[in-house]
Design a protein around this ligand. Structure first.
Ligand code: SF4
Ligand code: SF4
Length: 311
């Protein structure tokens, strides 16, 4: 049964989020909005066919190899979002990292830094560094938690939270939400009159596409230099690999995935994002849900509302 979303996590290690962002510098707020949208894998404003719009880097140290690769791979107005593994590492490596980025023509206004603070229930707060602007914190929240009811005041601001799927129940909570909203007579009015949803990091798979794995706007780079197109995706390349080669690898993975699932003979062939990394769902579970429910319209509506959502 559908549950109203809420934000029930109470932090042991991090301060509670300020719900109003009124005092933040407008430029910093705009950058925060761009970063959250990138983390939610939303379509970028300035898309390019041969460069990334955003690169999310999980690393404490930026290497010369990374700097040189980024210079070639990031679009002219593209942004780098770096996530440090803690405040100590951010303080230690920030200046040296900036020096390397500067050398490779990535100016400070295209580079945002955060450090992770782990919270209860698998939630992670990303605090901006340097600075203490709590209205620019990004919360990565487990999907089921982000969509669960909360009896009290929300702890997480929905415009600053991105829901990530960790377990199958996370993926199913999102699907149930979309199916319930789709069944309403007027999903537009229903969405407008309900509490604002957080960003939903894997909503793209319930849409008709094109998803980030097709647009190739944003990539996530893990601590082993693997390049991924979504939070639960498998690596599609390594730092150093040219954009074109990554696009080619993705195309090959897509063809293999479509052949395996039998997309050509499926009724949804023309209206499915054909998720190539459906984890935590299996490929069979994903196709079953896609074939027996239609979530396209409501998914598009939520994605359009995300475009106007601001911190
Ligand atoms: S539901 Fe499955 S088989 Fe059908 S088009 Fe989508 S991914 Fe392909
Ligand atoms: S692989 Fe699936 S979850 Fe990842 S971007 Fe593509 S559609 Fe979205």
């Amino acid at each position: 049964m559908f549950k109203e979303p809420g934000y029930p996590i109470k932090s042991k290690t991090a301060p509670l989020l300020k719900v109003s962002g009124k005092d933040a510098h407008p430029g910093a707020k705009a950058r925060c909005n761009t970063n959250i949208k990138a983390m939610a894998l939303a379509a970028a404003e300035n898309t390019s066919t041969d460069h990334f719009s955003s690169v999310i880097l999980y690393a404490d140290k930026i290497t010369e190899k990374f700097g040189s690769w980024l210079r070639k791979s990031l679009g002219k107005n593209g942004t780098l979002i770096q996530v440090y593994s803690g405040l100590g590492h951010a303080s230690r490596f920030y200046d040296e990292n900036n020096r390397i980025l500067e050398k490779h023509s990535i100016s400070e206004d295209r580079h945002s830094s955060y450090y992770e603070v782990y919270r209860e229930d698998n939630a992670v707060s990303l605090f901006p560094f340097p600075g203490e602007e709590h209205d620019q914190v990004i919360e990565l929240v487990k999907m089921r938690t982000g969509l669960s009811p909360s009896p009290g005041k929300p702890v997480f601001h929905p415009a600053q939270s991105v829901c990530i799927e960790k377990e199958k129940s996370d993926a199913l909570s999102l699907h149930v939400l979309l199916v319930n909203l789709s069944s309403k007579n007027d999903p537009v009015e229903n969405l407008i009159n309900r509490p604002v949803l957080p960003y939903l990091g894997s909503i793209c798979r319930w849409d008709s596409g094109p998803a980030n794995c097709e647009r190739l706007d944003t990539v996530i780079i893990d601590r082993d230099d693997n390049i991924k197109t979504c939070w639960n995706g498998r690596p599609v390349g390594k730092v150093g690999m040219p954009y074109g080669k990554i696009a080619e690898t993705l195309e090959q993975l897509r063809s293999e995935s479509e052949a395996k699932k039998g997309c050509r003979n499926c009724d949804r062939d023309k209206s499915c994002s054909k998720c190539i990394f459906p984890a935590p769902l299996s490929g069979g579970e994903y196709c079953y849900l896609k074939q027996y429910t239609n979530t396209d319209r409501v998914t598009k509506l939520i994605e359009n509302l995300n475009l106007v959502k601001e911190v």
